[in-house]
Design a protein around this ligand. Structure first.
Ligand code: ADP
Ligand code: MG
Length: 161
């Protein structure tokens, strides 16, 4: 995918209340403004990369780009699971992400256990891949160094700079 790595940030909004948190895998949802500017060559599926909330530490993440049931699957949704235990929710705060690589396409699962196992395997793959030197260096990218308060909703890679 030509557009990777892809950098974007936006305010965390409420998701579909599918109970991701109850599965132990909360996913922070981006608003439509971020979804609508996603380059066309970034297909649906599971990605790995780096993420930070407001001006906090940079953590590994896994992200799902899928079809949004609220819009009868005509619009995409972007959901990020940050591989870190936070003290609480961060709705309304600014999530900054660098999408670095692709793991797999979206797929259906026979059971909830199978889905959870697949996500855990995605998380393990993300952790290993992100330790590669070429991926580690993206943590140092200037995108993460600027204060988010002045750059909310800005998007790199040719969109709204
Ligand atoms: P929703 O349907 O509103 O997205 P989830 O059950 O997916 O609900 O929970 C997502 C919320 O959990 C995020 O918006 C964020 O505020 C919070 N959260 C806490 N820890 C994490 C984490 N490690 N990764 C992603 N979101 C987290
Ligand atoms: Mg969610």
């Amino acid at each position: 995918m030509r557009s990777l790595p892809y950098f974007c940030r936006g305010q965390v909004v409420r998701g579909f209340g599918r109970g991701s948190k109850d599965l132990g895998i909360p996913t922070a949802n981006f608003p439509e403004s971020v979804v609508d500017t996603l380059p066309a060559d970034i297909s649906t599926g599971i990605y790995y990369g780096w993420a930070c909330v407001d001006n906090g530490d940079i953590h590994k993440m896994v992200m799902s780009i899928g079809w949004n049931p609220y819009y009868k699957n005509t619009k995409k949704s972007i959901e990020t699971h940050v591989i870190h235990t936070f003290k609480g929710d961060f709705y309304g705060q600014i999530l900054s992400v660098a999408m670095v690589g692709y793991i797999r396409p979206e797929r259906g699962f026979e059971s909830l256990d199978e889905l959870i196992a697949a996500i855990h395997s995605d998380i393990e793959e993300a952790k290993i891949k992100l330790d590669l030197p070429e991926h580690l260096k993206l943590k140092e990218h200037h995108f993460f160094k600027t204060s988010v308060s002045t750059r909310a909703n800005q998007i790199l890679n040719g969109h709204r700079l």
